[in-house]
Unconditional design. Sequence first.
Length: 271
Amino acid sequence: MSFQDIESGHGHPARSASTFSQSGEDAEFQKLQSSLSLQVFKMNANVQGILKYVDQLGTAKDNANLRKTLHDLTETTRAMAKRSSEDLKKLSALQSKLPNQKAVLQKTSHDLQMSLVAFQRAQQVSAERQRTVVQGVKLAVEDERHTAHDEPAPTPQEQRQAQILQSQLSPHELAYQESLIQEREEEIREIETGIHELSEIFHDLGTLVNQQGTMLDNIEMNISSVAVDTGSAAEELSTAAEYQRRAGRRAACLLLLLVFVAAIVLLAILS
């Protein structure tokens, strides 16, 4: 083999195209997994921010800037949830060719699911708080509304919210809050739409997790099968060893008998 052959790569036939392909897929998997982990981290941070802003709804800190920040943060997290779901599907497809990355995929999938659960709960809390604020504003502006026969009785939370608004806001500010009722109700509808979309994402991920679970069951079944086979092999080895020990004892006895007979014959000849 010449030096030129080595330089041109002809001297390394073992490095096939499949090896480079496998290495490329592994690098792609790690890159996507890192990106997905970062998204999960950001989603968790966003959820904490959403809950912080939700706590300020219906208080003296409730203003247009707060509501816009909460709306934008919720929409950003919602878009991130959709992207993360798609990325996890891609990651799962890549992992099907990389058995050594199975545990990494399972952990990433679990972390994403926990993050999505937290986000869904944050949206539910936000929608509930928005409803409470809307009803509280209505009660605070028109005290007599809760006595109307066609209106449902206010909940303790709504009554408490009305009292807080009456104590914290002037009549002018209350009237301004009343003008925002339609805006708040529209926000509630958007949140409910987001919760529905997230439920669909959970359904898709549930199918993916079930597939992973089936593969886990198969792995456990194979491990059990290997354990049984190993146990049978060990038993057969023990039996073989016992046979060997018995054969050894028989050979030793036969050897002693031959020595004894030879000794008798030798003594008879010498005498």
